[in-house]
Design a protein around this ligand. Sequence first.
Ligand SMILES: C[S@@+](CC[C@H](N)C(=O)[O-])C[C@H]1O[C@@H](n2cnc3c(N)ncnc32)[C@H](O)[C@@H]1O
Length: 249
Amino acid sequence: MSGWLKIVGLGPGADAMITPEVTAALSDATDVVGYVPYVNRVAPRDGLTRHGSDNREEIRRAEQALQLALEGHRVVVVSSGDPGVFAMASAVFEALEAGDAVWRALDIQVMPGISAMLAASARAGAPLGHDFCCINLSDNLKPWALIEKRLRLAAEADFAMAFYNPRSKSRPVGFERTLEVLREACEPERLIIFARAVSTPDESIRVTALKDATPEMADMRTLVIVGSRQTRLIERDGEPLVYTPRSAL
Ligand SMILES: C[S@@+](CC[C@H](N)C(=O)[O-])C[C@H]1O[C@@H](n2cnc3c(N)ncnc32)[C@H](O)[C@@H]1O
């Protein structure tokens, strides 16, 4: 069997944040499969077919990639950030588990990428320097009640929190509710970071207190980080630094 399947992360946006391992896989590929904006990040070249598809088509896209690899193609499935964080690696394995048994013999590899929470954290300082959790605020694949339960328990356990998919046009109220839940559980001065389009020309990093945060500060290109009780801000000339000390009482 000469085909293979590599499930890779393209990082948060900048080419400099794509790992050499992923660059090599893309150079060797005959086919790139993924959500249209991510596929468009791979430059066209002779011998490469780019298969872009819509956002909600993950399983169909995964099946297409598995089938192409079975037919002998060298296939790269692309995600933004890391492919194992709210992205295509799980979708491919869901399709693999439910699908044709012959797919299980394929050469399949997952290649990590820089996830948005790590790029955002690095821009702000080190807010994830102690225990933290990350939560996807989209209720497309889980009920809102579960999101709210996890938010409350994470706040009670005093984790720093990284939020993916905070707000979209089709989900305008979820993040408003998130802020309400956090305000019930956390002190008003709790630090919150809105990191938008990190590592792209549209990048912006905004640090504020929970009491001053508004839903409009987040959109689908934003990664939100809420500090723990220990998270601090160092004022200095230029941008402040936000960090969470390594130890807790
Ligand atoms: C479907 S998730 C994909 C996450 C991706 N697999 C990762 O590891 O970063 C998309 C969400 O990631 C976050 N995101 C992706 N790229 C980003 C960037 N450059 N800056 C800020 N947030 C980003 C946003 O919260 C966005 O709604």
